[in-house]
Design a protein. Structure first.
Length: 233
């Protein structure tokens, strides 16, 4: 079950990073934007979520402005989305600009901070750097001296937290959505299946299976966003 949840989490991360223009909600009109801003200011969480979801395409647009490798894109999408959430949560009409302009700056700042942090870390000493040898002639690293269980222990903690959230968020799915995800990712003791096999066994079209899967992943993604987080790999 643990491994299948990790696989589902990775798929959700990929889904987040691969959000296509067909999946993005349409931009809000000026009237809708003003309404949701006012409602969010009064503590309406659903209004806040609407502002985040309808500006997700802004993240993808800004990420394209930065030079990056294919492997970096997933990180930049997630980091940009964090910037978007911060922008929505801190926006005020007193800033004298539209929320989209303000959030665009927050997204760019979050990504720039990520790049600055990475450049700084490049100058740091690696935890795997050699500091000498033991009595048997084996190389000793900083990791050995610190007795750190794993150089990726922070990532493992983060992964565990994401999996715990994922488990609780599965409750937002309908029975059909949960069935499709269970079959796709081998949850609840089921064997992992392709969309084609699921479609044949349930006597529905493959495109319908795909739509249900995307809808389920979108629901879970919204729960991550609603709670101010974004699933990371």
């Amino acid at each position: 079950m643990f491994l299948t949840l990790i696989q589902l989490l990775k798929s959700l991360f990929f889904f987040t990073a691969s959000y296509s223009n067909n999946v993005f909600p349409d931009p809000l009109t000026k009237e809708e934007e003003d309404y949701y801003i006012e409602q969010a200011r009064m503590g309406n969480k659903e209004a806040r979520n609407q502002l985040i979801e309808h500006n997700l395409r802004l993240v993808a647009h800004i990420v394209k402005k930065f030079e990056h490798t294919a492997n970096d894109q997933d990180d930049l999408i997630s980091i940009g989305t964090i910037g978007l959430i911060k922008g929505v949560d801190s926006f005020s009409k007193s800033h004298g600009t539209r929320i989209t302009t303000y959030c665009a700056r927050c997204i760019e700042n979050e990504i720039l901070m990520y790049f600055r942090s990475n450049n700084k870390n490049l100058k740091n000493i690696s935890i795997n750097e050699s500091v000498g040898f033991d009595k048997d002639g084996n190389e000793i690293t900083i990791q050995d001296v610190l007795k750190t269980p794993s150089p990726d222990f922070v990532e493992e903690i983060q992964k565990k937290d994401n999996i715990d959230r994922l488990k609780s968020y599965l409750s937002v799915l309908s029975s059909r959505e949960m069935e499709i995800l269970a079959r796709r990712y081998g949850l609840d003791g089921k064997k992992e299946q392709t969309q084609k096999v699921i479609a044949k066994e349930l006597n529905i079209s493959r495109s319908y299976v795909s739509r249900i899967e995307k809808r389920a992943l979108t629901k879970i993604l919204r729960e991550f966003i609603k709670n101010g987080t974004i699933p990371l790999k």
